[in-house]
Write a protein of this length. Structure first.
Ligand code: IPE
Ligand code: IPE
Ligand code: MG
Length: 209
């Protein structure tokens, strides 16, 4: 059976680069290639929702040149990839705290979302400056601000991704067996699959497997 919603922690870019004596950002660039292939494959096999972890709330603690490299890569990838997403019927959406992002990056996200908003083949959620704890806290804060009672049901509705079913399958590449503050609430019943493959090496065949 094809999962309706797949979530992925795309880990291992840095190690992929290190093994080749390349800077870490080279691994992230290669990771974009792997992600493009994965999005395409998900659309082709009938997955309806793909949610990926691209930048965590904790990733700000990385060296400044890696953080700025990732921000530049996001802007570049958006400019380069969005026309193709549009052609393939993919709706892209960003999940996470946008207030810490630069105006340029934020404008790029908003443009990509607006352009692809009508697409229905695959919903592609990119978690960027996202953390599962942030998500639970922002949901609770928004209910409190509206003076609404905090229950399991109301929190569920206020969480990001409230409009899609929870992930059926959560994949983490790169060999680490942990969640690293990804979809803490939404993955309560997801099947977990850990792959030793580094993210840049994760291709359509690996996804099928
Ligand atoms: C995951 O790869 C991508 C991001 C966190 C942005 P890493 O950069 O964590 O790669 P490793 O874990 O160091 O190999
Ligand atoms: C998780 O990977 C975050 C992303 C893939 C964006 P990390 O490499 O940041 O997580 P830890 O540090 O191994 O827990
Ligand atoms: Mg890592």
């Amino acid at each position: 059976m094809i999962p309706h919603h797949i979530a992925i922690v795309m880990d291992g870019n840095g190690r992929w680069a290190k093994r080749r004596f390349l800077p870490r950002v080279a691994g992230h660039k290669k990771g974009v290639d792997a992600l493009r292939a994965c999005v395409r494959r998900c659309g082709d096999i009938g997955v309806r929702v793909l949610t990926v972890f691209a930048f965590s709330s904790e990733n700000w603690n990385r060296p400044p040149d890696e953080v700025s490299g990732l921000m530049e890569l996001l802007a570049l990838a958006l400019a380069r990839e969005v026309p193709q997403l549009q052609a393939e019927g993919v709706r892209i959406r960003f999940i996470g705290n946008r207030s810490a992002l630069s105006d340029k990056v934020r404008a790029g996200l908003e443009q990509a979302e607006a352009l692809t908003a009508g697409n229905q083949r695959l919903l592609f959620n990119v978690c960027f400056n996202y953390g599962g704890r942030w998500d639970i806290a922002q949901a609770a804060a928004s209910l409190a601000a509206r003076g609404e009672p905090i229950t399991e049901h109301s929190l569920d509705r206020a969480m990001s991704l409230a409009d899609v079913p929870d992930p059926d399958l959560l994949i983490r590449t790169g060999g680490e067996m942990r969640i690293s503050n990804f979809l803490l609430w939404q993955a309560a019943y997801s099947e977990l699959y850990f792959s030793d493959r580094l993210w840049p090496d994760f291709d359509a065949a690996a996804l099928d497997e």
